[in-house]
Design a protein around this ligand. Sequence first.
Ligand code: CTP
Ligand code: CA
Length: 224
Amino acid sequence: DSRLKSREEYKNINFLITAGGTKEYIDPVRFISNKSSGKMGLAFCDSVKKRGGSFRLICPSSVEAHYPAVFADTAGDMLARVNDFISECDILIMAAAVADYKPKKYFSSKIKKNNGHMCVDLEKNPDILQEISGYKRKNQVFVGFAAESDNLQENALKKLKDKKLDMIVANDISRKDIGFDSLYNEVTVFFADGKVEHIGKKRKSEIAEDILNFAVNIFKNKKG
Ligand code: CTP
Ligand code: CA
């Protein structure tokens, strides 16, 4: 029946899913992070499971994952963990919001307040997708995300190309009714072959299913 079919659809496909915002520590109790809750990444886990695929989840320990996960708090940790597991995956879903910068210096003791101002020098983090793009296998599918407040199409297309992605899921973060903290989203997906698909406002769980279907179709076509 159709329920059985849905449980088998992604059988024998291995997904690697990253979720949540990385934390870049200043001292033992303070960090720089971002608004990503990890909900979108977890929605991918749910739908992969529902369709009988297997996945490995990599996320910061603060993400309330109802799945076993490999923890990676910082961008540096996440790069290392993605490197550990990338070769065994067919489809990478890079939903994590990786911090672009980290504090230049980590203070191993808690910083005390003083009477003057306080400066935190930042340096660039590695770009995980960029780093792994060099050894992407022909039959792997890499899916990236782009949260944009302006020039959505132009920025998303540049990331698609620079990071050698098969597809990029772009959402407009200037919209208050969707995205961060919301169960809903609305996205535009740009594909490496030039195709564009808009997914109108709906639950993140439903958006995850649409995106996975696109990715699995690309994977099946690559495999031939
Ligand atoms: N990404 C990554 N490593 C980083 C930063 C981002 O792998 N250090 C990934 C994200 O997980 C996402 C994609 O790259 O899938 C795009 O992230 P985004 O922040 O939109 O793009 P950036 O390249 O960081 O550019 P900018 O933030 O300046 O728009
Ligand atoms: Ca970024």
